[in-house]
Design a binder for this molecule. Sequence first.
Ligand SMILES: [Fe+2]
Length: 130
Amino acid sequence: MPNIFSINDFGEAKNELQKDYFDRHTPVIQCISEARPGEILRIRVRVGTEYAHPHEADHYIALIQLWNRETLLAEARFYHGVLCNQPGNVEVEFTVVMPQVSMNLTALSYCTKHGLWRSQPHAVKVGTEK
Ligand SMILES: [Fe+2]
């Protein structure tokens, strides 16, 4: 079983290099926090916020997965060339229908050189009113 890295495993970045390394591998979930059952959610996942990840033939972000607890909801694959060999931040938007119960979302990203990285969890509560 491979390690799944999380910013929580490392604690506070001690310097700019660590901050860059953690940020450019960590997926971030952008989504509302409350929705009605049946509502269509647009869930954006972006890898990195401040720092660009390299995009080279042997080193790039190849995968983003979206999980609700232990259930894999969706995944997007990226291949070398999607960023035209320029460093950047891959991102994807998933469309998910809100279930009857709350969700606890987590995203995973896979770097071809630095392995699997986990996002912070993102809860979406069941709401009754819009
Ligand atoms: Fe990497």
